[in-house]
Design a protein around this ligand. Structure first.
Ligand code: ADP
Length: 254
């Protein structure tokens, strides 16, 4: 890559063509760089638990008398779980982009939200405000996973209360998950969506996630023609998902 078409100083079709060609090259180069970064991050993330696993097992095999077999197995199982979680997430992430095979169906976002809430147990107080019939078109398992990720994070970071709202705004379906925890500094609000980002807070370090949850959530939102962002909120963090609404016309039987 990296060779560019000379851009003649003219506004006609040739000039435009040269600029378009160069802009496409720029985009390709950035995409290649992102892929490379991802591969290197992924192998780094996988290597950490493997190194820990190997060290423990080697130590146990060389000094069996100093090791409590039960503790060694427990810790090996934890490392294995972590590896499995990372690999599952990586595969999921790789599949979203090529997800043309999954069926789109009309989904009532409020119904999906109450189902997800019923399926999990919370140690926090949870407030909901769910407008009825907020209809979007999507892949149910993917949207459920996105919402599940936001709820897991909220449960992890909230001090006492989580608020979940589903509403319509400016022709969009809007779902927000708000918590009253430490929040996310403005400088980190885009960073949290990058793969393997874990903010350097005590809670993140102990939380033991894969750092892929929000990256997956944003890819799902975008694959559905929507957006996922952190919004300003005076106390705690607020994540907002916007998806195109299905219009009444689209819902009529054909
Ligand atoms: P993880 O698997 O680490 O939870 P995520 O992609 O879901 O990965 O989140 C990335 C990071 O974003 C978290 O490690 C945490 O630092 C930060 N984060 C996510 N949700 C919240 C929240 N509700 N409040 C504060 N920080 C959050």
């Amino acid at each position: 890559l990296s060779r560019r078409v000379p851009e003649p100083l003219r506004e006609d079709e040739i000039g435009q063509l040269a600029r378009t060609a160069n802009a496409t090259l720029d985009r390709l180069e950035r995409a290649v760089a992102r892929q490379r970064q991802f591969a290197s991050d992924a192998s780094h993330e996988l290597r950490t638990p493997i190194t820990a696993l190997r060290a423990n097992l080697e130590d146990a095999s060389m000094h069996p008398e100093d090791n409590d077999l039960h503790a060694v197995v427990e810790s090996a199982l934890r490392d294995t779980d972590r590896l499995e979680a990372i690999i599952t997430d990586l595969l999921l992430l790789a599949r979203i982009g090529t997800g043309g095979m999954l069926a789109l169906e009309p989904i009532d976002l409020s119904e999906l939200a109450s189902t997800e809430i019923r399926r999990r147990s919370f140690n926090r107080k949870i407030n909901t405000q769910l407008y009825r019939h907020v209809m979007v078109r999507g892949v149910r398992v993917q949207l459920a996973r996105l919402l599940g990720n936001l709820l897991d994070n909220a449960e992890r970071y909230a001090d006492s209360t989580i608020t979940l709202e589903v509403t319509r705004k400016n022709g969009h379906a809007v779902l927000t998950v708000t918590d009253d925890g430490v929040g996310i500094a403005p400088a980190d609000r885009e960073r949290v969506f990058e793969r393997f980002t874990r903010l350097d807070t005590a809670r993140s370090r102990h939380a033991g996630g894969t750092g892929l949850g929000l990256a997956i959530a944003r890819e799902v939102a975008q694959a559905h023609g929507g957006t996922l962002r952190v919004e300003d909120h005076p106390h705690g963090a607020r994540f907002a998902l916007r998806l195109p609404l299905i219009t009444t016309l689209e819902r009529l039987p054909r």
